[in-house]
Write a protein that binds this ligand. Structure first.
Ligand SMILES: *[C@@H]1O[C@H](CO)[C@@H](O)[C@H](O)[C@H]1NC(C)=O
Ligand SMILES: *[C@@H]1O[C@H](CO)[C@@H](O)[C@H](O)[C@H]1NC(C)=O
Ligand SMILES: *[C@@H]1O[C@H](CO)[C@@H](O)[C@H](O)[C@H]1NC(C)=O
Ligand SMILES: *[C@@H]1O[C@H](CO)[C@@H](O)[C@H](O)[C@H]1NC(C)=O
Length: 398
């Protein structure tokens, strides 16, 4: 919607300068005309006020479904998922398992030429934002079928599955207004979660390029606003975001977040991790609300070199487990680190054991509700699932 269409407020007509006329009847007529003018202006202002208030509320309404090209093939498959069993919702945070081990032999699920983001729902179906075909795709774990949910118009955008509300969140620029939408409970009609107030530096605004999305247990949404080099958090029902990391318009702390390309929120420690590509690939951590980050991986010879036995960390992707441990995707392997950045070993990939499933470029990672780890190998275009192999997890799920 366009606020400019309403135009500027009408002005009150100035009194006629020759109103110093002593003829009584003319004055009476002028007074009546003035009265009518004032009433008319008041009515116009009242109507415009109502229209403006109404249009401010518009973004909260569901997006008209016909604005998206939705594949007809998808609708039957999607509605069938409403009968699936519910998961327990007592958990205060997402259903990521505190796994200590994953089976090094992975299962190759589906090939996707160019995925920009992946997510897994509570029924182990995989969603893929495919930037090659500009589609949102869904792969069904039970039938091995791959379908398009949105065809052609789906941008290179991060997607995020929120297991507590069974909703798939995504960023979308709708009618030139950047905002966040969701598909609830397998329904293919998108619902608007919030809309920004257009593009810009204000905290109620966003840029059109979003590179990371995270929804915490409370439903607050973290947006990695790449074009503005910052992360903003939109709490539930807020009309504006809060600066979490990065900079304000005229600040020059460009070393903080220049062209961030990925983000993960650690809800346990209230930290935000950001992958940034400027001056070499590295991961920065913004702890407990601080807008100033500390480099924890990469960005030159590592200060943790002695601890990691001369292995140089080149982060491609990262994710945090239920205990706050950090999994870092590097070339041909995934390493694990404790939350205070102590090296804990290679958990998957090269030298993780004979018969291990090999991958080269673990560009994307995500967990399902059981803690199984899904890795997207960019060089092979392959989504691989590594199942949890640790009974210590089971108790943590209840
Ligand atoms: C889990 O790990 C143990 C010990 O490494 C191994 O013996 C067992 O085969 C693994 N289980 C599965 C299902 O891979
Ligand atoms: C957000 O708004 C909705 C709709 O008005 C309301 O039902 C809900 O309770 C609100 N949530 C919070 C956390 O304010
Ligand atoms: C993160 O949380 C874990 C578990 O509560 C704690 O052991 C660890 O010290 C925390 N790390 C940091 C850097 O705060
Ligand atoms: C995080 O910040 C809040 C508010 O400033 C403070 O109350 C809390 O103790 C901090 N938590 C940690 C783990 O530092």
């Amino acid at each position: 919607m366009n606020f400019d269409e309403l135009g500027p407020p009408a002005e009150v007509q100035p009194l006629n300068s020759d109103s110093t006329n002593y003829q009584q009847p003319q004055i009476k007529i002028k007074v009546i005309l003035l009265g009518i003018t004032i009433v008319t202006v008041l009515v116009i202002i009242l109507i415009m006020g109502t229209v403006w208030t109404y249009s401010r509320e518009q973004p909260q309404k569901p997006m008209p479904i016909n604005e998206f090209k939705i594949s007809t093939k998808s609708s039957t498959s999607i509605t069938s998922s409403t009968t699936l069993p519910k998961i327990k919702l007592e958990s205060s945070r997402s259903e990521i398992c505190a796994a200590t081990r994953w089976n090094p032999v992975g299962k190759k699920l589906v090939k996707i030429e160019h995925a920009s983001s992946i997510a897994v729902d509570n029924d182990f179906n995989v969603y893929v934002a495919n930037w090659d075909t500009h589609t949102l795709q869904k792969w069904f774990s039970d039938t091995n079928e791959l379908i398009n949910l949105f065809e052609e118009q789906f941008p290179e955008t991060p997607i995020f599955y929120h297991s507590l509300t069974r909703s798939l969140y995504f960023f979308y620029v709708y009618k030139d207004i950047p905002g966040v939408f969701k598909l609830v409970n397998g329904n293919s009609a998108p619902v608007n979660v919030f809309s920004s107030n257009g593009r810009g530096w204000n905290l109620d605004q966003l840029d059109s390029s979003c590179k990371g999305l995270y929804v915490n247990a409370a439903g607050d949404i973290f947006v990695l606003d790449q074009g503005r080099h910052r992360i903003v958090k939109w709490v539930v029902n807020a009309t504006s975001g809060v600066l979490v990391a990065g900079r304000k318009e005229d600040e020059s702390n460009s070393d903080q977040l220049e062209f961030p390309s990925g983000m993960y929120v650690d809800e346990i420690n209230n930290s935000v991790y950001v992958i940034t590509d400027m001056m070499g690939r590295r991961i920065k951590r913004f702890s407990n609300g601080s807008v100033y980050g500390v480099t924890v991986f990469g960005g030159g010879p590592s200060k943790y070199l002695s601890e990691i036995k001369s292995e140089y960390v080149e982060p491609l992707s990262m994710i945090v487990d239920k205990m706050g441990n950090i999994l870092v995707g590097e070339n041909s392997k995934i390493t694990r680190w404790t939350s205070d950045i102590k090296y804990n070993g290679i958990i998957l990939g090269e030298s993780s054991g004979g018969g291990a499933t090999h991958f080269y470029t673990p560009q994307l990672m995500t967990f399902d509700k059981l803690g199984n780890l899904y890795v997207y190998d960019k060089s092979d275009g392959q989504v691989i699932r590594f199942d949890v192999n640790s009974t210590s997890c089971i108790n943590n799920l209840h």
